[in-house]
Design a protein around this ligand. Structure first.
Ligand code: C2E
Ligand code: CA
Ligand code: CA
Ligand code: CA
Length: 280
């Protein structure tokens, strides 16, 4: 057992070394990614629960490195958060998404359509955030009500009092706010009420088994009930099947996002999706 333990220990450190080498590699590659135009955005359609209206897009970051290939945001966003690079990357995302949405508005996309952008904790806590948003709206000419900022439940609840103050200042600009991955963190309901965000995004982990798991169904029902009593809209993420959509509709969810309608798409393909969808 002792021998095994030693091997186990050696294996563990080798694994950790491997991981930290990968993190350093990504950090240094990320430093050049913006300048070398290796980053781009994909846009995932958000659709009304009846499937009839395109109501928005979520901007999702993509990175293709010439040698390392496609790197998932689930891997590199945490690295960028750890190194502080997320501030620069996040600013690029915000500017690019706003510019794209402004272009789509000019092309006659539904004016009620919103562009949702993810914010990391470091961005959200940065004292320059409100100014940055003002700046981006001014520079791009995008109306504030077309921009939606997503903060995860854990970002919102990290320091709720401070977060509520920032959310108020952002709301005063006219931008929309949503709480992402809702249900996975530990929201205090009294804080949630004070946030006065526009929308709750129900995490995909509750959607996945909604047709089989009565427990998940109850959680979603409770979230929807709470959102409705607080006057918030709801969107379910990760909707892959018509059966999931039907159940969400029965429970009273407002909007859906997921592979059932579309995966995240490069801008040109999103435009094709929108044209098809607008014709119906
Ligand atoms: P998220 O914000 O919760 O985004 C939803 C994720 O679910 C996306 O993964 C999306 O591609 C995926 N997804 C959408 N529909 C379905 C579905 O029907 N089934 C399944 N299984 N998955 C679906 P993605 O694009 O890999 O992004 C992962 C995470 O990386 C995001 O989770 C977000 O936390 C982070 N991220 C991505 N782009 C940005 C960004 O620009 N800024 C920040 N701060 N974080 C970002
Ligand atoms: Ca999100
Ligand atoms: Ca999410
Ligand atoms: Ca997530």
């Amino acid at each position: 057992a002792k021998q095994e333990g030693r091997n186990g220990y050696r294996f563990f450190t080798a694994e950790m070394q491997h991981q930290s080498a990968r993190i350093l590699q990504l950090e240094s590659a990320l430093r050049q990614a913006l300048d070398r135009h290796e980053l781009h955005l994909c846009f995932q359609p958000q659709v009304s629960i009846d499937g009839r209206r395109l109501v928005g897009a979520e901007a999702l970051l993509r990175w293709t490195h010439p040698q390392l290939g496609v790197i998932s945001p689930a891997e590199f966003i945490p690295v960028a958060e750890g190194s502080g690079q997320i501030l620069q990357v996040g600013e690029w995302v915000l500017r690019s998404a706003a510019r794209q949405m402004k272009q789509w508005l000019e092309q006659g996309y539904p004016p009620a359509m919103t562009m949702a952008v993810n914010l990391s904790l470091a961005q959200f806590r940065h004292p320059g955030l409100v100014e940055l948003v003002v700046d981006v709206l001014q520079e791009t000419g995008l109306p504030a009500h077309c921009l939606e900022l997503e903060l995860t439940e854990s970002v919102a609840m990290h320091d709720p009092a401070a977060a509520i103050a920032v959310v108020r200042r952002l709301r005063a600009l006219g931008v929309l706010l949503s709480i992402d991955d809702f249900g996975t963190g530990y929201s205090s309901l009294s804080y949630l009420k004070q946030f006065e965000v526009h929308k709750l995004k129900i995490d995909q982990s509750f959607v996945q088994h909604i047709n089989q798991d009565g427990h998940d169904q109850s959680i979603v029902r409770a979230i929807l009930g709470m959102a409705s009593s607080l006057g918030m809209l709801t969107i379910a993420e990760g909707v892959e099947t018509a059966a999931q959509r039907d159940e969400l509709e029965r429970l009273g969810c407002d909007e859906v996002q997921g592979y059932l309608y579309s995966k995240p798409l490069p801008a040109a393909e999103f435009e094709a999706f929108a044209r098809r969808h607008l014709q119906q």
